[in-house]
Ligand binder design. Structure first.
Ligand SMILES: C[S@@+](CC[C@H](N)C(=O)[O-])C[C@H]1O[C@@H](n2cnc3c(N)ncnc32)[C@H](O)[C@@H]1O
Length: 211
């Protein structure tokens, strides 16, 4: 997965150009621009900074991390005006000491790549960097027959996989889960309040406040 996204860096943002998904994409941009006004946001697995840009339209600051330097280079080369944006190379499962607690958090299209048996540990590690009651937002894909890349197999842990091809012809097997609304709410049971799951046609949005 890490190699796949490193190799895909230059072509990554094309996924957001699919014509039939544009109304949903615009809604996600609107939400990212509206939900973090005046807040100091921690974003993990930020990729090329595509959603970071929308968050930056209203947040006070953003600290955004990803494990791959190739995507961070693209993110750093975007135009960042006004909002303080800092990029850090970091493993989302083992985040560094940021010397502060953030009062908001975001991650886009990362949850679906986390093996189900690692989600709780990831969340606990992520939450450790957040202040109580910090709003947390995850966005990700719903599985849409005929639009999503087909699931190639499901393993013994219930994680699903897709075969992804890049422009150079190389192909990778990538873990990609499509959690239900119930699975999303179960994952944060006991560590969140004010939970909302919003289903668009192609995407889901999980928002809550850290307990
Ligand atoms: C589907 S992309 C999402 C990128 C970006 N958030 C977006 O929505 O456009 C998943 C990202 O997770 C990153 N990634 C994979 N494994 C990671 C890990 N262990 N820690 C941090 N980032 C990781 C990849 O480099 C990639 O940028």
């Amino acid at each position: 997965m890490i190699t796949y996204y490193s190799q895909r860096a230059a072509e990554y943002d094309r996924i957001y150009d699919i014509p039939e998904r544009q109304p949903d994409i615009q809604e996600l941009h609107r939400l990212c621009g509206a939900m973090f006004e005046g807040l100091d946001v921690l974003e993990v697995s930020c990729g090329t900074g595509y959603w970071t840009q929308s968050i930056a339209s209203s947040a006070k600051s953003i600290t955004a991390s990803d494990i791959n330097d190739s995507v961070l280079q693209i993110a750093r080369n975007r135009t960042w005006s006004g909002t303080a944006v800092e990029f850090r190379q970091a493993d989302s499962y083992a985040l560094p000491d940021f010397d502060r607690r953030f009062n908001a958090a975001f991650s886009g299209f990362w949850w679906s790549h986390i093996p189900q048996n690692r989600i709780r540990d990831f969340l606990l590690g992520f939450h450790a960097h957040l202040a109580p009651n910090a709003p947390v937002v995850f966005i990700d894909n719903r599985y849409v027959e005929g639009s999503s890349t087909p699931i190639s197999r499901i393993d013994e842990n219930g994680d699903s996989f897709q075969i992804r091809k890049l422009g150079d012809g190389s192909s990778y097997e990538v873990l990609k889960n499509f959690p239900s609304k119930d699975e999303l709410t179960a994952a944060i049971e006991g560590i969140a309040h004010s939970v909302k799951v919003n289903l668009l046609d192609y995407y889901w949005i999980l928002s809550y406040q850290k307990k």
